[in-house]
Design a protein around this ligand. Sequence first.
Ligand code: FE
Length: 207
Amino acid sequence: MDKKAMYKLSYGLFVVTARVGDKDNGCITNTVQQVTTTPNVISVAVNKQNLTHDMIVRSGKFNVSVISQEADFELFRRFGFQSGRDVDKFSGCNYAWRLPNGIMYCAKGTNAFICAEVKSSLDLGTHTLFLAEVTDMEVLDKAPSATYEYYQAHIKPRPEAVGRTPEGKTVWRCRICGYEYVGEELPEDFICPICKHPASDFEKVTQ
Ligand code: FE
């Protein structure tokens, strides 16, 4: 069985945003898709470790900003590689605006927004799958949507080519965000502290 077969699945990339009280937050996902047209229902699976997950559970609604090929890495760093528990992800963000449903969306590096209200959810262990009816949507830009593959090839910064640390230790690099772990063996249960992906998404860095 070749686990890389999973990489052949095509995914879009999205900023999923929510609001509870005065708190705005958002996270990057690759799991939004339309599941029915009548009614117009989308699904999104959100990792329970994300603050946005809890905010969707509490508020029952969220916005999706569809990431385009015009997006730069700052968008991913802002919404993907830090936690809303530690920072206000919208602080200093000059391209996010509030929609009539009270929730922010991103207007740069995106080509559409979709507003949705949760109708049901399914507990998947690490994630919750939300099924939500679309309440509003607009096209923002003609730029093509960014696939996960496009992100890997064109948006993610090129890692520096180092095989080992100066002390001769092995380096493992997260394929998703570039985080580097130093050690001869990467623990099987290791979780990337930045993007929360598992050890299977790490590769040994070779020169
Ligand atoms: Fe990572």
